[in-house]
Design a protein around this ligand. Structure first.
Ligand code: SAM
Ligand code: SF4
Length: 334
């Protein structure tokens, strides 16, 4: 490696999130419209191209790769990509290969993921109530996800649950979710709802449940022990003394987490977003397809990192959603 990727604010870029598809078998209300038009196949990077791109990033010092989407496990042949990434784990170049999933396909793929060197998986689940789950995800079935989680645990995967905090929707399940995760030895992270994509009929401001309030609610029942650990991401963690379980808070809106940002996001069309909350992006597909030689690609990656902005502009505080970005979360990957 010549020199690792360092952005203009001296932040080393060691974490790549890669969205392998914009498609999904769910239609979560905060993420997608019910009638989505997905990208034509020719626009998508092939699995071989994804391999080449991710391998370039790893060659430039990326140590952690998170596969996301859309729903990564609905991409046809995706296990080929995981198998290909395993060689970087085996060589020690990559420290961690992981994914964020809605869990619907975990029953099918858990064992193969383990065989590819995946050790931990984030599963998104906002409610333990079947009817509510169907309302939030539109097309999802809670039972299938719970079975997927069980299969994953049997295969030896560690599970972290991600739950979007939704005012008036899963507020009443806070303690139930906490106890369910503690009983299943799963960490739990709450995410503040972000003003992504078209707002359709949904009003994100009405649904916004600040994690400051959520945390205060938790503190009514449990003793919260702040944990110092930082993942380089927008999460902070506490341990609940009574259950011993770990709870994370992802607060992109009420906290400025940008100073420790070590990550960039690659879409399934080869666009690199240097910041989740900004529109600026770099097209890596053109240099990738222009030549089989990786030098032009690596130069384009370095160029992009040199433009990584200091931070994002989301802001709910003025009671209107400022800094909203128009793309869907399923495009950039969560
Ligand atoms: N389909 C996979 C899943 O649901 O885990 C991976 C992609 S999904 C876009 C990644 C994460 O983003 C999920 O945890 C989801 O709940 C979260 N997410 C989607 N839209 C969001 C929004 N508007 N605000 C906050 N989180 C959001
Ligand atoms: Fe699909 Fe995940 Fe978006 Fe839900 S949050 S629609 S599961 S990509």
């Amino acid at each position: 490696m010549d020199s690792p990727l360092i952005d203009p604010f001296a932040r080393p870029i060691s974490y790549l999130r890669v969205s392998v598809t914009d498609r999904c078998d769910f239609r979560c209300v905060y993420c997608m419209a019910e009638n989505m038009t997905f990208l034509p196949k020719a626009e998508l990077l092939t699995l071989e191209e994804l391999d080449r791109l991710c391998s370039s990033f790893i060659g430039l010092g990326v140590r952690k790769l998170r596969v996301t989407g859309g729903e990564p496990l609905v991409r046809k042949g995706i296990m080929t990509f995981f198998q290909a990434m395993k060689r970087h784990l085996d060589s020690g170049a990559l420290e961690e290969l992981t994914l964020t999933t809605n869990g619907s396909q975990l029953g099918r793929f858990a064992q193969e993921l383990v065989d590819c060197g995946v050790r931990r998986v984030n599963v998104s689940i906002d409610t333990l109530d079947e009817a509510k789950f169907a309302r939030i995800t539109r097309w999802g079935r809670l039972r299938q996800v719970l079975d997927g989680i069980e299969a994953a645990q049997r295969a030896g995967l560690r599970i972290k649950i991600n739950a979007v905090a939704l005012k008036g929707v899963n507020e009443d399940e806070l303690f139930e979710m906490v106890e369910w995760c503690a009983a299943g030895d799963m960490d739990l992270t709450f995410i503040e709802v972000m003003p992504m994509g078209d707002m359709g009929g949904e009003d994100r401001l009405d649904q916004y449940w600040s994690l400051k309030d959520l945390r205060a609610r938790l503190a009514e029942r449990y003793t919260l022990e702040p944990l110092a650990e930082r993942t380089g991401g927008p999460a902070s963690y506490v341990r609940l003394v009574e259950t011993g379980s770990k709870i994370g808070f992802i607060t992109p809106l009420t906290h400025n987490f940008c100073e420790s940002c070590n990550r960039v996001r690659l879409t399934c069309t080869g666009e690199l977003y240097m910041c989740l909350g900004q529109e600026d992006r770099a097209d890596l597909r053109a240099p990738l397809r222009a030549s089989g030689d990786d030098r032009a690609l690596e130069a384009a990656i370095r160029d992009a990192i040199a433009r990584k902005p200091k931070g994002h502009d989301f802001d709910y505080s003025r009671q209107k959603v400022d800094g909203q970005v128009s793309r869907h979360m399923s495009h950039t990957g969560g």
